[in-house]
Design a protein around this ligand. Sequence first.
Ligand SMILES: Nc1ncnc2c1ncn2[C@@H]1O[C@H](COP(=O)(O)OP(=O)(O)O)[C@@H](O)[C@H]1O
Ligand SMILES: [Mg+2]
Length: 348
Amino acid sequence: MNIALVFGGCSSEHEISCMSAKTIFEALDPAKYQVTLIFITKEGQWKKVDQVRDYTPEECKDFPTAVVIPSHEADNCLILAEPVVRTHIDVAIPVLHGLGGEDGTIQGLFELAGIPYVGCGVLASAVAMDKITAKKVVHPLGIRQAQYVDVYRHELAAMDQVISRVEEKLSYPVFVKPSNAGSSVGVTRVDRREQLADALQLAAQHDSRILVEETIIGHEVECAVLGNLDVGATRVGEILAADSFYTFDAKYNNPESQTVIADYLPEETIQEIRKDAVRIFKALDGSGLARVDFFVEEKTGAVVFNEINTFPGFTSISMYPTLWIHEGYTIESLVDRLISLAVERKQA
Ligand SMILES: Nc1ncnc2c1ncn2[C@@H]1O[C@H](COP(=O)(O)OP(=O)(O)O)[C@@H](O)[C@H]1O
Ligand SMILES: [Mg+2]
């Protein structure tokens, strides 16, 4: 099978994508898969490279440019320009986190080109990426979520009004986050009014829509789902962040942050999380994979939905593969399964 492994990308999670892609690449059995590596630079150039790693723009110069032709007539083709080489692609794996990769845009390109791809389609990717829209789609399921106020960037010109609107509905501490972003980029915990304006301005640098949420105190837990029509869910993992919350630094730079299998939570709570994860995935029309994140509130024990990630971190120590390994998968068998699901989805 010809696989196009696409990694890097323009989002703030470029480096994480390179690490996730390395894990997936190493799990692809060379006896089964012929792999074409497509690196997307931070500036958005597509390059056919020969190794899975991060490249500087200078290093990229001599690699051929890669082009996907958005036409079914091109026979699932990826063209590697200068000189033009056509490569037939059976399945693309967009190992991209965040904007331009996890948000439905690259999925749309593969749809137009007729190339099957791993993971969620355009709709589920776009809805999951946008936290405000995801909240609205999840709302009718009756699953608890943090109370929130949504704010448009242009409204920040009248900052006092925005602050009043937030304070009418929520009390401090609150979480301020861009509606579209990831890896905690642009996310701030705000303990008092004086910090709110700066937090809103920071979030506004990443998206034109901002979410201000009530703070949920409790366990931060995650559940991995896998499948198309028949969707399976894992046990639940907990994040033990080495910081006041799970910041970018706590996620990727602080070795004291840990993830554990949270079998110590009440079994009823674990089953509720698993059921909710699948319901949320289905409500978004998910396919392939996703990691669905929740809190278990300390005071009440209630399960509170936080967000859903359609291409979760896939490094060897990331929660998504760890949870499936706990279920008896290996990274190799997990990647095989994701590729089969991509083919099955296209056929369906
Ligand atoms: N409402 C909230 N209450 C408590 N902590 C929160 C809340 N929202 C976000 N956080 C913390 O901030 C982190 C990043 O927020 P999250 O919504 O997961 O965005 P991202 O897409 O950047 O991962 C979470 O992992 C959690 O530690
Ligand atoms: Mg998160």
